[in-house]
Design a protein around this ligand. Structure first.
Ligand code: SF4
Length: 367
């Protein structure tokens, strides 16, 4: 089944570490953009496409009003055959309140993902986030009281001033909240962002410290029932992100909105339009990235991000026996070094392996 991704490229202001495409917006622009999205989604009406996830990502999708989210979901229901869909909205704690969250719930949203990042206000200040931790905690409880049972929180590792103690305190506070899912990302200094300067580079965690923070995070979360299912993602009660799993399992998804990417009917394509152009009908201009992606390379690259790993039977069907034999031989060497496991007919990386996943993927994809 297909996943539907809705890109909302608006933010109140730009965080200094972020290189995503996002802009400030007024309510008129958000309304025009919503209408353009609806038109774009309805182009798929009548094609009998079944979908089981809808994901509002950004940017800051929670800048949309309840009515805008509701109308977009209705358009999805009109254009696609929605089957017990997981419907997620990414939210920033400063752009939600109890009323809006209740409205989203009534509109059919059943999963919320909050950008919490840290429980320490000084670390949030370093990130230039417009919310405090008490606001984030309030937002999570507001969502819970609004009826959400599937709530995710993002946390960031490697921040200036972050210590092992402050990180554990953040994780501890998150685990005590009604969250079913945590995403833990390592801060990466992106080229061309305000963080791309010596002052910031010298103040954040070094590589060894960052790796240790990651390993401690995995252990801490696993101890509290958050099972790791992907490099950066952990779920309690098996509440994994069904939508994001589609990316990692090479399933189809259709992206709508300015700069949204898709993988559909075997092709990868994206919408190159900016917001203004998209509003004026730029949805027509999808650009093909790959006509026929290399399925073996993609399967290895994405499968090794997951704790379930690369299934050898599937690899053999995709790439043949010779390739699979070499893949297993190389995996055995990595296993001896504690970087991967070969178990139940699959090769998966250990947390230490995840830390060097790029180089492992290069080695194994070249089997
Ligand atoms: S809120 Fe998210 S998408 Fe927007 S600027 Fe900050 S990090 Fe980037």
């Amino acid at each position: 089944m297909t996943g539907i991704y809705i890109h909302i490229p608006f933010c109140i202001r730009k965080c200094p570490y972020c290189d995503f495409y996002s802009l400030p917006s007024d309510s008129g622009t958000r309304e025009e953009y919503t209408e353009a999205l609806i038109k774009n989604i309805l182009m798929y009406k009548g094609r009998n496409i079944s979908a089981d996830t809808v994901y509002f990502g950004g940017g800051t999708p929670s800048l949309l009003s309840v009515s805008q989210v509701e109308r977009i979901i209705s358009a999805c229901a009109e254009a696609f055959m929605l089957d017990d869909p997981e419907i997620t909205v990414e939210c920033n704690p400063d752009s939600t309140d109890r009323e809006k969250l209740s409205g989203y719930r009534q509109a059919g949203v059943n999963r919320i993902s909050f950008g919490i990042q840290s429980a320490q206000d000084c670390e949030l200040g370093f990130l230039g986030r417009p919310h405090s931790f008490s606001q984030a905690r309030q937002a999570v409880y507001d969502a819970f009281k609004a009826g959400f049972e599937n709530i995710s929180g993002d946390v960031m590792l490697g921040l200036a001033g972050q210590t092992y103690v402050s990180l554990r305190d953040t994780l501890d506070k998150l685990c005590k909240m009604p969250l079913s899912h945590i995403s833990a990302y390592m801060l990466k200094i992106e080229e061309g962002t305000p963080f791309d300067c010596e002052r910031v580079k010298n103040s954040v965690a070094g590589e060894d410290e960052l790796c240790e923070m990651y390993l401690q995070t995995v252990e801490f979360l696993e101890d509290r029932g958050f099972k790791q299912y992907e490099i950066s993602n952990f779920a309690r009660d098996n509440k994994i992100s069904r939508h994001n799993m589609k990316y990692w399992r090479c399933c189809e998804y259709l992206g709508f909105g300015a700069s949204a990417h898709s993988f559909f009917e075997g092709k990868r394509f994206y919408c190159p339009s900016g917001v203004g152009e998209y509003i004026c009908g730029g949805a027509q201009k999808n650009v093909i990235l790959e006509e026929a992606p290399d399925r073996t390379q993609e399967y290895i690259m994405l499968g090794l991000r997951l704790s379930e790993g690369v299934k050898l039977e599937k690899l053999c069907a995709l790439a043949g026996e010779d390739f699979s034999r070499k893949f297993i031989q190389r995996s055995r060497i990595l296993e001896q070094n504690g970087l991967c496991r070969i178990r139940d007919g699959a090769v998966s990386l250990t947390p230490r392996g995840f830390l060097v996943s790029n180089s492992i993927i290069c080695q194994l994809a070249d089997s």
